[in-house]
Write a protein that binds this ligand. Structure first.
Ligand SMILES: *Cc1c(COP(=O)(O)O)cnc(C)c1O
Length: 405
């Protein structure tokens, strides 16, 4: 019997072929960026903290005694605020007492939901490329990971709908969705969501939808939770968190919502992972959800300008950049710039030294050696959730190094 951690390590690129463990490509690139003084457009966390009034609300909560275990499902004020948020933005009605669970970030919500609902013999379908924790969660559960390619084209990255038909079957227990999508920046269209919903109903599968970038969309793209589609509310668990929406990624306050019996199943696992967490952050996030819309709009506008700057800069250098409709990320085909480098991973490893810029290869978000990994081998992901000076430095350095080539 293989120890479960080895399966997880292999699924996430943490295991070297000789069976030893190694850092993820994200850690490797960040270490390389630190060593070479490169502008780090690899790891996607904001370099500016979220609104001061939300941070002060957490300070006030600590001062006023919110320092012991909160209730297992999260404080009532936060669960009520999450329910109001889903109602206000999407018209989804939730019972905050039975249909909402507060978690240690979206990460815990996703992990505990996969552990609760899938096991050996079950298939879990994701898009590919995918967020790395999704593959880890499927491996932790001992389930089988089946992927559906997102394919780059004139309209950005789009779901291969024929592959979706083939991938979803009665063996499918879960469809683990992510929209707006990390790493591609795709916001799933009405047609794509309808096709996924049809497939889920036909296979009697549950949809677990990672929507942490729900408010970070551009060019008029609208995020539609799949739970709002006909017949989907009863089979969908929706996940989000305060991290990306309010630039407070270190607080790790997330949530999952959906039918009471599915939330009950997730709670059975969550109870014995973290149990609870973030007592003083919970009231602050409750206020942020109720009163923070102007802050979120300001963040979105600011990110939109940074997105335009980075896409333009990458194109000037010769990257074939796809304009993202959401998230923190731009993906770009580096084929024209690879030179002697075999692929995007080799190029990304050389770039900090050669040009003073760090990034990550898209293959890091794929099943090693899969057709999608091969198709996206020359592609890189850059983040624009960095301050303007860092983005300007990165673009200047890329321009200078391409001119000297
Ligand atoms: C950042 C991120 C998460 C993790 O969210 P936390 O609230 O920090 O745990 C989950 N999914 C995606 C797609 C992300 O980009």
């Amino acid at each position: 019997m293989t120890e479960r951690w080895r399966t997880v390590a292999a699924a996430t690129g943490l295991a070297a072929p000789d069976g030893t463990t190694r850092p993820t490509i994200f850690a490797e690139m960040s270490a390389l960026a630190a060593r070479t003084g490169a502008a780090n457009l690899g790891q996607g966390f904001p370099d500016a903290d979220g609104p001061e009034w939300i941070r002060e609300a957490a300070v006030a909560a600590i001062r006023s005694g919110a320092n012991q275990y909160p209730p297992g499902r999260g404080i009532p004020e936060l669960r009520a605020a999450i329910a109001r948020h889903q109602q206000r933005h999407y018209g989804l009605e939730l019972d905050p007492d039975t249909e909402v669970l507060v978690t240690a970030g979206a990460t815990e919500a996703l992990a505990t939901a996969v552990l609760a609902l899938a096991g050996p013999g079950d298939e879990v379908v994701t898009l590919e490329p995918f967020f790395d924790s999704h593959a880890a969660n499927i491996a932790m559960a001992g389930a089988t990971h089946v992927t559906v390619p997102l394919v780059p084209g004139p309209d950005g990255f789009r779901v291969d709908l024929e592959a979706l038909e083939r991938a979803v079957s009665p063996r499918t227990r879960l469809i683990l969705l992510n929209t707006p999508h990390n790493p591609t920046g795709a916001v799933l269209s009405a047609d794509e969501l309808a096709a996924i919903a049809r497939a889920a109903v036909a296979a009697d599968a549950i949809v677990l939808s990672d929507e942490v970038y729900e408010h970070l969309t551009f060019d008029g793209a609208t995020h539609v939770p799949i739970a709002t589609l006909p017949g989907m509310r009863e089979r969908t668990l929706t996940v989000s968190s305060a991290g990306k929406t309010f630039s407070l990624t270190g607080w790790k306050i997330g949530w999952i919502s959906g039918p009471a019996e599915l939330i009950e199943a997730v709670l059975a696992i969550k109870q014995f992972t973290t149990f609870v967490g973030g007592a003083p952050f919970q009231p602050a996030v409750a206020r942020a959800l109720d009163e923070g819309d102007p802050d979120v709009a300001a963040l979105r506008d600011d990110l939109d300008a940074r997105r335009a700057f980075l896409v333009d800069g990458l194109r000037r250098v010769g990257f074939d950049a796809v304009v993202p409709s959401g998230t923190y990320f731009v993906c770009a085909d580096a084929t024209a710039l690879l030179g002697s480098h075999a692929d995007g991973a080799a190029f990304a490893r050389a770039l900090p030294e050669a040009a003073g810029v760090a990034t990550v290869p898209l293959s890091a978000f794929c099943v090693p050696g899969s057709p999608t990994a091969l198709a996206l081998a020359p592609w890189l992901r850059f983040t624009f959730v960095k301050d303007r000076a860092t983005l300007e430095t990165a673009v200047e350095r890329l321009v200078a190094s391409s001119a000297s080539r």
